[in-house]
Ligand binder design. Structure first.
Ligand SMILES: Nc1nc2c(c(=O)[nH]1)N[C@H]1C(S)=C(S)[C@@H](COP(=O)(O)OP(=O)(O)OC[C@H]3O[C@@H](n4cnc5c(=O)[nH]c(N)nc54)[C@H](O)[C@@H]3O)O[C@H]1N2
Ligand SMILES: Nc1nc2c(c(=O)[nH]1)N[C@H]1C(S)=C(S)[C@@H](COP(=O)(O)OP(=O)(O)OC[C@H]3O[C@@H](n4cnc5c(=O)[nH]c(N)nc54)[C@H](O)[C@@H]3O)O[C@H]1N2
Ligand code: SF4
Ligand SMILES: [Mo]
Length: 701
């Protein structure tokens, strides 16, 4: 039932951000007039980021899609005419049936990510629908899978410490995470620790906002984090700063690791990473001598060829110093495993007629669309904007242009991806629906109930896939359940003790319900690794043919302090394209206010690299490699080491020419978890000719 009254209503931030804030929506005359943080949320406590404070401009943007559309012009041009939902559903059902009959059901590929983190939005009716259809499966590996696998080889479980405990730390290391932009409540917690004397060290390739906030910034070459971690281990063992009792009691393979770390003496590590020997010595000493130390491991350092091993190596550090026995000591990469729902109930894998259906890796969308054997003939996109966010963007676009590909996009906006659709369906925004939310960082579950009326004819993912399931004549019961019924079944997961006592009724009454962490007590005595201990030597990695011990392997495409580009190297700069402050991946990139806050797509280039190319601040530059080229505005800055250039933010196609960074990024898979390698890319940069230069000079953001 829609809530039609004005007032102030609790809500949940639906975005793919670790904080999953509690919100309050102020509603007047049926309109959203203000978004603020809910002070009653135990972790986020009323503070929210600037981008979501302004998100009313996004949900109520005049460009919101309100009707189903059918393409009338060439793919990519954006010429559409409105059609009715009945026509849209009939057309989609007809096409999916005919494609399935002619090419097999696996020629249908769903493509989504977490544009809305609600479980019903991304792991509910959609999964039931594509299961019943027998479609290809999608490996959801674009974000965090490399690092999460790396972590799991050490700890056995995709979860770390409770971030609320990190206020107790006296040393906090933020490693490859730009938390001022991407996890603001970790900053708040770290500030509390800091008031009690804690020091914050930031390890990154970029002197980003977080590095500027921390007490000490350690800068390294991209993809060299394993070497740095091994260098720290070397010094910890050498100087007897390890907790031998802990190693014996709780770890497996510490002698082997001790041997391995010997191969990473300070000078070797310094040569690889670019971190001066004195800094490395001091860093290791601070880590070894800290009473309670906490490492927040980000996603930046795992978007690399060696991303799994980077996280794997770092995840061994807390064991060396016995940190896991201390409240607030240890590390955190991802906490999603604590809130695992009953997937069998939610997703109904039993509906699938072909349990062995193929899986397609979402990082390889370009390749999937190019396949001539068992081709993809229908693509169904929702909660994602692959033309902007997926690697090998020019090839993705070429694939989307195929005339024989039937594409449906369910979206709030006419995104760069939607422009290639045959049918575009208008989606609700999360505040207009019922859904269940959990965080992959803190331990609270939350419920969203409809606060706003959906504009026009928008339908939620839940409604869309229920409707399609029934139109296709699939299992009546599965596609007729209500949101509440699905949430109840999903929360009923005897396999997950952390969900004990979390019920729909409690969520309705209390808004945020903490997971039951009793099962975490004495977790060190029952780790789900093969040895039951923290695996410094990993038998699971060995079984996969990878190094069972932490090791440094250089990037396939990219340079460290040892491997420098040759004089004739066509692409001599490392290229890193992490998120910016005011967008959430590609979300908000079409909203004028957020665009203004970001001042446009830019390339940050080091003064030495700029000088060698006669590039001045504000010049328009061509940024290219063998995959393609884009045009950005140069910002000359020493925030990176020479040899690395950075462009923040996933911009949509602009009027000024090509500006999507993923034109340049590879679709190679990472060493573990079949993850993305966005940041293991090299480029060349060239100043555009005078007549192509802009009139105004941009400011550095
Ligand atoms: N404002 C904002 N918040 C967001 C997002 C957003 O787009 N905008 N996106 C959300 C999502 S989906 C995610 S996955 C997270 C990502 O957020 P984070 O986990 O913070 O990861 P990134 O911002 O991708 O990268 C963090 C830092 O790693 C650096 N880095 C790159 N390569 C290396 C390396 O080899 N070693 C080291 N040490 N550092 C390296 C990058 O330059 C960057 O400064 O943020 C979420 N929150
Ligand atoms: N170069 C480079 N590429 C990257 C990254 C990077 O750092 N650098 N980061 C990567 C990472 S970590 C991630 S997680 C991915 C993110 O990739 P995506 O998840 O594709 O990111 P968004 O562009 O935010 O797209 C989400 C879309 O979902 C839509 N949406 C929101 N709510 C709903 C809903 O309820 N229903 C439907 N149908 N649609 C909805 C939004 O309008 C938006 O267009 O990008 C990856 N790509
Ligand atoms: S984007 Fe992140 S920090 Fe901002 S309101 Fe949403 S959950 Fe909170
Ligand atoms: Mo992500």
């Amino acid at each position: 039932m829609k809530n039609i009254q004005d007032g102030v209503f609790p809500a949940v931030c639906p975005l793919d951000c670790p904080d999953t804030c509690g919100l309050l929506l102020h509603k007047k005359d049926g309109k959203l007039v203000k978004i603020e943080g809910n002070p009653e949320h135990p972790v986020t406590k009323g503070a929210i980021c600037n981008k979501v404070r302004h998100a009313g401009e996004w949900t109520q943007h005049p460009d919101r899609l309100t009707q189903p559309l059918k393409r009338v012009g060439p793919k990519g041009e954006g010429a559409f005419v409105p059609i009715s939902w009945d026509e849209a559903i009939a057309e989609i059902a007809r096409k999916l049936r005919s494609v399935s009959e002619e090419f097999g059901s696996e020629s249908i590929l769903p493509y989504n990510f977490y544009g809305n983190m609600g479980f019903l939005s991304v792991e509910g009716m959609n999964r039931r629908f594509f299961n019943a259809l027998g479609a290809s499966r999608l490996e959801l590996t674009i974000c965090a899978s490399a690092g999460n696998e790396g972590w799991k080889h050490t700890m056995g479980f995709k979860g770390g410490l409770n971030p609320e405990d990190t206020v107790n730390a006296d040393l906090i290391i933020i490693w490859g995470a730009n938390i001022v932009s991407t996890n603001m409540h970790q900053v708040v917690l770290a500030e509390q620790a800091r008031k009690r004397g804690a020091k914050v060290i930031v390890i990154d390739v970029h002197r980003n906002r977080t590095a500027q906030w921390g007490d000490w910034f350690i800068q390294l070459h991209p993809g060299t984090d394993s070497a740095l971690a091994l260098g720290i281990m070397h010094i910890l063992f050498r100087d007897k700063l390890v907790d031998e009792d802990f190693l014996v009691r709780y770890t497996f393979g510490h002698e082997e690791l001790r041997q391995q770390a010997q191969m990473y003496p300070p000078q070797t590590v310094s040569d690889i990473t670019g971190v001066p020997v004195d800094d490395l010595e001091q860093l290791a000493r601070m880590y070894g001598e800290a009473n309670v130390s906490y490492i927040r491991i980000g996603n930046g350092l795992q978007h690399h060829d060696n991303g799994g091993m980077n996280v794997r190596s770092i995840s061994c550090l807390p064991a060396l110093t016995g940190q896991w026995l201390k409240k607030g000591g240890g590390a955190l990469k991802y906490n999603g495993a604590y809130n695992a729902l009953n997937a069998r109930a939610l997703e109904r894998p039993k509906l699938r007629p072909n349990p062995r259906a193929r899986s397609i890796n979402m990082n390889r969308l370009a390749q999937a669309l190019e396949m001539t054997e068992q081709p993809v003939k229908a693509l169904f996109v929702f909660c994602s904007n692959p033309v902007v966010v997926a690697p090998e963007a020019d090839r993705v676009r070429a694939g989307m242009q195929r005339e024989d590909l039937f594409t449906v996009v369910h979206e709030l906006f006419m995104t760069d991806t939607a422009k290639y659709a045959d049918i575009v369906l208008p989606s609700t925004a999360s505040f207009e629906n019922t859904d269940l939310y959990a965080s992959y960082w803190h331990h609270y579950m939350q419920l969203q109930e409809p606060v706003l009326e959906a504009p026009g004819e928008c339908k939620s993912n839940f409604e869309l896939f229920s409707l399609l399931g029934r139109a296709m004549g699939f299992d009546e019961e599965a596609f007729s359940q209500s949101e509440d019924e699905m949430i109840r079944e999903a929360l009923d997961n005897p396999a997950n003790p952390y969900l004990n006592g979390v019920t729909l009724e409690r969520l309705q009454a209390e808004r945020h319900v903490k997971l039951d962490l009793t099962a975490r007590e004495n977790f060190l005595d029952k780790l789900p690794t093969p040895s039951g201990k923290i695996e410094l030597y990993s038998s699971t990695l060995k079984a996969e043919g990878l190094s069972p011990l932490p090791v440094y392997e250089p990037l396939k495409e990219g340079y460290d302090g040892v491997r420098r580009p040759r004089a004739d190297d066509p692409y001599p700069l490392n290229f890193i394209s992490p998120p910016n402050h005011n967008f959430l991946n590609g979300t908000f990139a079409n909203v004028e206010k957020h665009q203004r806050m970001e001042k446009g797509p830019m390339l940050q280039i080091h003064p030495l690299d700029a000088e060698a190319r006669s590039i001045r601040d504000g010049d328009r530059v061509k940024v290219y490699n063998a995959r393609g080229e884009i045009v950005l505005k140069a910002v000359v800055t020493d925030k990176m080491l020479p040899g690395t250039a950075i462009s923040q933010g996933l911009w949509w196609e602009g009027e000024d020419g090509p500006q999507r960074v993923n034109v340049l990024t590879p679709d190679r898979l990472s060493d573990m978890g079949r993850g993305a390698t966005f940041f293991s890319t090299t480029i060349q940069v060239e100043k555009l000719k005078l007549e192509e230069q802009p009139e105004t000079v941009v400011q550095e953001s």
